[in-house]
Design a protein around this ligand. Structure first.
Ligand code: ASP
Length: 342
């Protein structure tokens, strides 16, 4: 009898030690992704295009989830999911990046680790195939948070990241989008009403298309990642919200992980991602409530179009957007859901 009691005590002790050490909890693992928000309606979509988007979103979800299911970290999962979308011409990130006013493709990306609150970001790069991986290298292999332009590219090369010729990012669809926007701008200059129209035209191509992922792993750690080509027709050196920690990307194990997509200038001014986390931390809001407050109320009042994806430390998911559509999806308990329209 005494011996049994002794064994029982040992079991209980092992259980407590396991809990204290944060035993992996595979029931909670969650991955959420977006492929951009904007004027995405069924009316301007073909069935074929819709299928292609859904397939790629599913592939990104499955790729990231496989990492989590094998005991990988949320950082590994968000990076893997974003890389799938960066390699696809469908999204405005990596391969499918939009064109600047000067006819170039300039990429921005950021990643954040909710456990350590470490972050890495790069901006205005033109030769890095997978900007999200370089952002991660900045976080893990440098003492900095953000690197830009030529310096970021030099760093990427030194760290063995894949470098491509800028022409790798040239896709005809995106190039035509730029030409259309430029034509409109010229017409507006010749015949337009003036004040405020330049900005209106800038956001005319409102299919933002940035990609992002947020995840909760089996160890209770959150991570967020965002990658983008920015906005069509952006001017020299323009950087959006995606690589700005707290604006387009944020993660903190105490609250949530957020990745945004939309008109970056508004998202920067509203510090969107951190604002959501702050509402949870300081006001005790639930994830959905916090995300809705910022995206559906604050941003709408300020005229900022777009949306976010978010996950909290319990595995709750929120994906609010105030635009017509947002390519999005999440996977939990091995079951994936993807959606495009409202
Ligand atoms: N937020 C991105 C930017 O302003 C654009 C997007 O979401 O597609 O650069």
């Amino acid at each position: 009898m005494k011996k049994h009691l002794y064994i029982l005590c040992l079991f209980l002790l092992a259980g407590f030690v396991g809990l204290a050490q944060g035993k992996p909890d595979y029931g909670k693992i969650t991955l959420v992704i977006h492929g951009g928000a904007g004027t995405i309606t069924k009316a301007n979509m073909t069935l074929e295009k819709e299928r292609a988007y859904k397939e790629k979103l599913n592939e990104a979800l499955q790729t990231g989830y496989a990492v989590l299911a094998k005991g990988g970290t949320s950082l590994d999962a968000v990076e893997a999911a974003v890389r799938v979308m960066e390699d696809s011409p469908l999204f405005n990130a990596g391969k499918g990046a939009v064109f600047t006013n000067e006819g170039k493709n300039e990429l921005d990306a950021a990643i954040m680790d909710g456990k350590t609150l470490k972050a890495g970001a790069i901006a205005s790069v033109t030769t890095i195939r997978n900007p999200i991986s370089t952002a991660r290298a900045v976080m893990e292999q440098s003492e900095h948070v953000m690197m830009i332009g030529a310096g970021a590219e030099k760093f990427a090369k030194e760290k063995g990241q894949e470098i491509v010729d800028p022409s790798y990012f040239h896709t005809e669809t995106r190039y035509q989008q730029l030409q259309k926007l430029k034509d409109k701008e010229k017409t507006e200059l010749d015949h337009g009403s003036g004040s405020g129209s330049a900005e209106k035209i800038f956001i005319e191509g409102k299919k933002f298309g940035t990609v992002g992922a947020v995840a909760l792993d089996a160890y209770g750690n959150l991570a967020a990642a965002t990658s983008t080509g920015g906005m069509t027709n952006k001017r020299y050196g323009r950087v959006g919200d995606a690589p700005i920690i707290g604006a387009g990307t944020y993660a903190d194990n105490n609250t949530c992980a957020v990745s945004a997509t939309g008109h970056g200038e508004y998202f920067i001014r509203s510090v969107v991602a951190h604002d959501i986390a702050a509402l949870m931390e300081y006001k005790g809001y639930a994830l959905q409530q916090a995300a809705d407050e910022v995206v559906m109320n604050k941003l709408v009042k300020r005229g900022g179009e777009g949306g976010v994806i978010a996950v909290d430390s319990k595995g709750n998911v929120a994906m609010p957007f105030n635009s017509a559509g947002m390519y999005r999806g999440y996977i939990k308990n091995g079951k994936a859901e993807v959606a495009i329209y409202k």
